[in-house]
Ligand binder design. Sequence first.
Ligand code: HEM
Length: 400
Amino acid sequence: MEPTLYTIVIFSAVLAFYRVYRRWTRFSLADVPGPEPESFLLGSLPEYFQSPVGEADFKWQARYGHVVRVKGILGTDRLLISDPKALQHMYHSGYNIRKQDLRAEVTSVLTGPGLAWANDAAHQRQRRINSPAFGTADARSYIPIFAAYANVSTCDFMIEAEMLAQMQTIMQAGHETTATTISWTLFELSQHPDMQAKLRAEIQDTERAIHARGDTEFKYTDLEAMPYTIAVMKETLRFHPVSQVSTSLLVLSLLLTRACIRRFNGVREAARDEVLPLSKPIILVASIPGYNRNTDVFGPDAHIFNLERWLDGTVQMTTPLGVYGNLLTFGTGHRACIGWRFAVYEYQSFLIELAKNFEFSMDPSLANKVLRRAALVMVPTIAGEQEKGPQLPIIIKAAF
Ligand code: HEM
């Protein structure tokens, strides 16, 4: 063989061997499967944001798994994640993640430079200052939130703009979220008369016990000893998480499980879960609806509203993630909802009063038309009447 030809053959063989070696040992984000973008300009974002909430997440999750590559504006990549281990790695490794700048700017316009806007050291400081007002004791004692806020001794470290922004944030983050969660609960109660009857029975039993001991009001110990009511709440929070997405910018690394890696490159069974260092930050979107329907965590019937899962031990806690019921509804890690304890007590107190005094039903022909739409929070709308805004036409009667 000619020396030149010989060199070319050797070189080609080494190159081919190197390519195969790389394929077996290295993993690239280009391997992550995902939907074909609708256009280069907007990627798959129109489908994601214009479909009823969760539909794109569920479709892609079923087709591509719990880590999906989704094209955004001008061909940019983002990963939509509903895998518990990947989410745990993202959110539980401190300030490894930071809020995406664009999203932070939108938040800043809505609320000012408050907690929901802040990143890194500013977030850490604001969180430390605000946390005492949202602890278990405060939530339990129902001390009005702003009074507790004013008592925080470290407030003098917050500039006036931050104080105002904090109030705006709490009004926005705390009001619509809880109110809309209650709307979705009433929707589910109107669809499940048996559930409604059992819920009312537990409330009445608890009230009898309260009166028998000479009290007139529910204490936190009573609220926490109502398994059926809590199951109604957890299943509603799981099935109808009113915050659709939690968007962050990952700066350091991404953890992928063995199952994900095998699925992506098709040829290699990874020996263990892998943490991938990233050469540049990538946008990660925690799919709250997707994770909340993850069958590994919530059971094979995760796409069905079935509160029994909370009573029969179906829900897996092997990868602890969320702050309540292992759900992602209140987010997780250092950016988790600061008001979740307050929200849970508030939600339960309202639910008790409503279920005790009223019966809820719905015209069955309308029930199928209720659509979940993103409007800062996930609101109920009626198909074909979106221009009328949020609607939930429930029939309410006094309960006897
Ligand atoms: C059902 C009711 C609620 C739900 C589902 C909910 C959900 C969430 C979620 C998912 C996040 C994280 C967003 C992200 O990762 O970017 C969050 C953050 C936050 N929530 Fe809530 N929330 C609720 C009620 C409340 C209440 C009652 C308050 C206050 C009284 C509150 C105050 C906040 C604040 C200040 C943040 C920003 C925390 C931070 O970035 O450090 N939320 N909430």
